[in-house]
Write a protein that binds this ligand. Structure first.
Ligand code: ATP
Length: 290
């Protein structure tokens, strides 16, 4: 069923295609609290999103197709192995042509594939080609799929299926830096030494200063194993922490992307420029946190 624009009687044209942003997912804190009998890890994570994004365009077509473009397209599968294709198949939608514009590095701990898949599902819904699946049904595509479906700050627990609201985040800018090392999520979990750690502690404060201080008392339990697999992450964290105005530096997800939090935009932009100059081989991007 085509999707008809709601406003204006003159505009009785079905929407021919839909484009959705697929923002970078950032684990502001990620605690590994246990492991289920089936091997899945239990998490307690504060997840947010940055307005640094891939773009997914979906349009009805005679057969399924996928075109992967953009500066970070190299190495990303352009067939049924891609999560956008898997998401479209899982949704039960008729065939569509998908264009995926990659700006986020892959296998980088910022949920690129999951966010792309979730953006595909939102586009299919806007086109009236499928309804949004139950988030729990998306876990088979990845633990980050449910949280990426409605990209906004949230607490994520269980194996990724339990999402609870958090107070609005203070205005913060984030600087994402990836040293060009792809890390496999299963390899990082396999290198984890302690699997039963405490969950997030205390209540999330509202102001930027208090929020960053509270966050500094939380952790990413995947940082130690990721550092053993990719020691360059230590350099990234040190470079971020040394930037004027950086309130906190931490790794996101299973790495290797790290983030720096800045209460103001200008220092975040200045740090992005300084790091790009100093380390031309690193991927560096600054954006607002939401
Ligand atoms: P997470 O933060 O959830 O651990 P990630 O950043 O580690 O995610 P992805 O960017 O999703 O991982 O990529 C992991 C692997 O998935 C890639 O190496 C790639 O082969 C495959 N892949 C499938 N679909 C995509 C996609 N749309 N974008 C990037 N990689 C994809």
């Amino acid at each position: 069923m085509p999707c008809w624009p709601k406003r204006g009687r003159r505009l009785l044209q079905p929407i021919a295609k839909a484009t959705e942003a697929a923002p970078a997912k950032i684990n502001l804190a990620l605690h590994v609290t246990g492991r289920r009998g089936d091997g899945y890890h239990l998490l307690d994570s504060l997840v947010a999103f940055a307005d640094i994004a891939d773009r997914v365009t979906v349009e009805p077509a005679a057969e399924m197709s996928l075109d992967v473009t953009g500066p970070r397209a190299a190495g990303v599968p352009a067939d049924a192995r891609n999560l956008v294709w898997k998401a479209a198949a899982l949704s039960g939608a008729p065939p569509v042509a998908i264009t995926l514009e990659k700006h986020l590095p892959a296998a980088a701990g910022i949920g690129g594939g999951s966010s792309d898949a979730a953006a595909t599902l939102r586009a299919l819904e806007r086109l009236g080609l499928a309804s949004l699946p139950d988030p729990a049904d998306l876990l088979e595509l990845g633990a980050d799929l449910p949280v990426c479906l409605s990209p906004r700050a949230v607490r994520m627990e269980g194996i990724g299926e339990t999402l609870s609201p958090v107070p609005p985040l203070p205005p913060l800018w984030c600087l994402l830096v990836n040293p060009g090392v792809a890390l496999s999520t299963p390899a990082v979990f396999a290198a984890l030494e302690t699997r039963e750690n405490p969950g997030l502690r205390g209540h999330m404060p509202v102001g930027a200063g208090a929020f960053c201080a509270w966050l500094a008392g939380q952790r990413n339990d995947l940082e130690p194993p990721a550092l053993r697999l990719a020691p360059v992450i230590r350099d990234v964290l040190a470079a971020l922490a040394a930037q004027p105005g950086c309130a906190l530096a931490r790794m996101s997800g299973s790495g290797a992307t790290c983030f720096g939090l800045f209460p103001a935009e200008a220092p975040a932009r200045a740090a992005a420029a300084a790091l790009s100059r100093a380390e031309p081989g690193w991927w560096v991007a600054a954006g607002r946190l939401a």
